[in-house]
Design a protein around this ligand. Sequence first.
Ligand SMILES: [Zn+2]
Length: 286
Amino acid sequence: MKSTLSSETINLPFNYSSIKNDFVFLASGDDTQTSDGTWVIIQSNNVVLEQSTSGLTLPNGKLPDWLSPHQTPLCIGSWHDKPLRAISISGSQELQLPFVAATFNAVDDQLDIKTLTLAGLAKQILHWERQSRHCSLCGAETAPISASRGKLCISCGAEHFPHIHPCAIVLVKRGEELLLTRKAEWQPGRYSLVAGFLDLGESLEECAIREVREETGINITNVRYVGSQNWPFPAQLMAGFVADYDGGEIVIDYNELEDARWFPIDALPTLPPSRSIARWIIDNFK
Ligand SMILES: [Zn+2]
């Protein structure tokens, strides 16, 4: 196994390890600090950063009036012993320098791993907060459950906890070839691995087998787990697998994919950026 990237998936962006030494989670309702802190400002699929001589950083201290939050900021923890607060702003809000928008799905890895991970965590928590305002059983409002990110329905008493959606992502090998696929919305020429959401009644290995068969017509065997990555877009857990070809010809599901084909490992196309477990699996197991 090569180690051209972080040698373990726990070191990938969006997983907790990169921030664990300087970040402490605060549960709902714990923002009792009045001191200035650091901001994670989410704008659609971007994080708003401040341009300075030291590069692009999360904004600190008081925000300018035009950027001040209309809603109560959500304190998600402490970062270097100061509050880390998250807000969403409208996609139509125009930014003024030195504030700039950096996209989560940039073609290249332009953000450092800690910024990316903090921003992803904030995005995921803000998504859950939006989703959990009302009880899914009776429709009444919910209130935070102390010391957690859970919500309690104030009417029927049901408890709700963050929804995380498991996905299998799988590298399929046939000798010295890899099965890669592309979706129409990706940048031209870019290919990646087959991936899909876990279905009811499935193990993750069964999910990998089904997704490969449904999307490409290929049967796989010897499916082995290699690592996982938190993927906050909006709330997936990507479980990575490597598998061997076990028969079948490529039949593309054009509802899902634009293309699927076998690539020789010495002539691979444009691949996903290294922040993703897709690239980590390809680089480590090709
Ligand atoms: Zn309820």
